[in-house]
Design a protein. Structure first.
Length: 386
């Protein structure tokens, strides 16, 4: 019973912890490969207050900056973007949009989590095409091949327009983003705004785990130019809040499992200890002190904790691999249109926490019964032999 209770607790923590960490991983990768990239370089004012007029905060020497950043270790792709606000018209009605000028030949590598629902991606040297978010396309009734007009203010404040053809309809991670997003080739965006600059440089790394290391290297490159760099986690408040929420929930779950295991183990240990009360009385009558009885019971609990936690680890690992092989179809998260297939990640930190909880529960559960039985008078303990 004790081993089963410990093993159950360890398995529960491994499965639940692996599930939550897989959620973090898939959510992070979806954000990285549909919107932000791993790192973004821009003027500090753009990060602070540029959402209403991003075209005002431009990087004038972006080609030189891009060249330096591309040489950093761990950087897979570097691309410039020109963000702006405007109106998209289907010649019957118009809606406000968030526009983004992108480099077509690099966007396919950056945006691997973007689903193309209709049409095609940009051709390498596309100049008059436009990709429209799913929600925006539905509102305006757009489909590939339709002609639209994009209106935006130039950097000098004058109004300018561009006649474009819808080449595709896309779906990203964020439903709100898709209801306003428009992507056009960088050259078309520069012509529309009357500038040859960009306002954001996006970095894609070969491994997300290198984000903080490359962040430091990139900061050293761009800081002398008066630019700032931020990671995808710093740019996405939604992700940070999600992690905080699930961390707290998982923390509560760990406490609940610890108490469940401790109560189960305590019940089993109590039964075993007091059934052997006569045996312990005989040992004390033969000269063994109470401390020896405590050490004996605690040694048994330590062994039970170690064996139960080890068994739970093996069972949990097998279950996690089986679940990961099959996958768990999950509905779209809040504010998203895209579901995903969940797996169970076996991370060292989660496994060690589960082992510790199982082991600690066994040790703590045996402590009170051991102290209690060591204080039972010898005569009373010996009566149990009759």
């Amino acid at each position: 019973m004790t081993l089963a209770a410990i093993a159950f607790g360890v398995v529960a923590l491994i499965i639940s912890g692996g599930f939550v960490n897989d959620l973090y991983h898939q959510l992070g990768e979806a954000i990285i490969h549909s919107q932000t990239g791993h790192l973004q370089v821009a003027r500090p004012a753009l990060f602070a207050e540029g959402s209403r007029a991003p075209e005002k905060y431009r990087i004038t020497d972006f080609k030189a900056v891009t060249s330096e950043l591309a040489r950093l270790s761990g950087v897979k792709e570097v691309a410039g973007r020109l963000s702006f606000l405007g109106l998209l018209s289907n010649h019957r009605s118009a809606l406000p949009i968030i526009g983004e000028g992108v480099e077509p030949e690099k966007e396919s590598a950056l945006m691997t989590s973007v689903t193309l629902l209709a049409g095609r991606p940009f051709a390498p040297r596309e100049t008059d095409g436009v990709l429209v978010g799913e929600g925006l396309a539905k509102k305006l009734g757009l489909k590939p091949g339709d002609l639209v007009t994009l209106l935006a203010a130039t950097i000098d404040g004058a109004m300018n327009s561009a006649d474009l053809q819808v080449v595709g309809v896309f779906r990203s991670f964020s439903k709100d983003y898709d209801e306003r997003a428009v992507k056009i080739p960088l050259s078309a965006a520069q012509d529309l705004l009357g500038t040859s600059d960009v306002n954001t440089i996006v970095l894609l790394l070969d491994d997300t785990s290198k984000t903080n290391a490359v962040l430091g290297l990139a900061s050293a490159v761009v800081r002398p130019r008066g630019l700032a760099v931020k990671s995808w986690e710093q740019l996405n408040e939604f992700y940070a809040n999600t992690v905080k929420l699930f961390d707290r929930e998982f923390g509560v779950l760990k406490v609940i499992i610890l108490f469940m295991v401790a109560l189960g183990v305590s019940n089993a240990v109590n039964m075993g200890v007091f059934e052997r009360l006569g045996e312990f009385g005989t040992m004390r009558a033969l000269g063994n002190r109470g401390g020896h009885i405590v050490r004996l019971i605690m040694t048994e609990c330590v062994l039970l904790g170690a064996i139960g936690a080890g068994a739970g680890l093996l069972i949990g690992a097998v279950i996690a691999m089986l679940i990961s092989a099959v996958g768990i179809p999950m509905p779209p998260p809040p504010n998203s249109n895209i579901g995903y297939t969940a797996a169970i990640q076996l991370l060292p930190g989660v496994v060690l926490q589960a082992l510790f909880v199982g082991f600690a529960a066994a040790v703590l559960a045996g402590l009170i019964p051991a102290l209690r039985v060591s204080r039972v008078p010898i005569v009373e303990a010996l009566r149990r032999l009759v």
